[in-house]
Design a protein around this ligand. Structure first.
Ligand code: 6PG
Length: 250
């Protein structure tokens, strides 16, 4: 087992970013379905992946996907109900899941409506234990984990300076994020790093400093949490558009 070296792919535009990611998704879905009869993916929240989800639902990509073999999870969720404008589930549902032939049994959302965020985290953890048949202390091995990057170098809901950054045992946690004055529900660093393939999608000029700090800076995960995502036995890809990659080689 070894830690993956990141593969960095720089593309011209946000549209090219979505299209490259859609091609990767389709290829990985096909490979996993052939090898395992199932493709498990943890979707990313935020706004960047919306175009990817729309493309996947479009005729040109959708026709090449065995939708019935996919199980959808999320890497993180906001502490809001599923119909809330901020819900990561809602964004993925509207842009993708409502438009493709998948059943409720294939959609494993985080219950952000639970008033107790820790209870939602434990319920989600239990759902993964059941789905993946995990033994005590094991982490799920997602075929694909999609992630975004914040301009403060957070990813999923792993924010700078929060306790969850040092979590080693749990699969899911519910960190309090002081700057948002809110709980989030998120997979933990070892859970992300257990994935078979991790793909970061990063777009826009406001991400240039974060991209540079995470990929070229000293290892300081307390400040740059995305540095913690290091698949131990899997691939790590950074898909970055030109605007976000501007300072990468400076
Ligand atoms: C969330 C995310 C978060 C997101 C980044 C980037 O729930 O907000 O999972 O980590 O991916 O903040 O967000 P944008 O794509 O909106 O820039």
């Amino acid at each position: 087992m070894s830690t993956a070296t990141p593969v960095i792919r720089i593309v011209d535009s946000p549209e090219a970013l979505a299209s490259e990611a859609a091609k990767d998704f389709v290829r990985l879905a096909r490979e996993s379905a052939l090898a395992e009869g199932e493709f498990s993916v943890a979707l990313a929240g935020g706004s960047t992946p919306r175009r990817l989800y729309e493309l996947l639902a479009s005729e040109s990509f959708s026709a090449g996907v065995a939708w019935s073999q996919i199980h959808f999870f999320w890497g993180d969720e906001r502490h809001v109900p599923p119909n809330h404008a901020d819900s990561n589930y809602r964004m993925a549902f509207e842009s993708l899941l409502a438009k493709v032939p998948v059943t409720q049994q294939q959609i494993h959302r985080i219950e952000g409506e639970n008033p107790d965020a820790w209870q939602a985290a434990r319920a989600y953890e239990e759902r993964m234990v059941q789905h993946f048949g995990l033994v005590e202390g094991a982490f799920p091995r997602f075929n694909l984990m999609l992630l975004g990057l914040g301009s403060d170098a957070h990813t999923a809901s792993l924010f700078p300076g929060t306790d969850v950054l040092t979590e080693q045992r749990r699969i899911v946690a519910a960190p309090w994020v002081e700057k948002l004055r809110a709980f989030r529900i998120t997979l933990t660093p070892p859970a992300f790093s257990a994935a078979e393939n991790v793909i970061f999608l990063v777009s826009g000029q406001d991400k240039t400093e974060a991209v540079k700090a995470v990929l070229r800076g000293e290892f300081q995960p307390g400040r740059f949490p995305a540095q913690l995502i290091r698949p131990r036995d899997g691939s790590l890809t950074w898909l970055i558009d030109r605007a976000a990659a501007r300072h990468l080689d400076a």
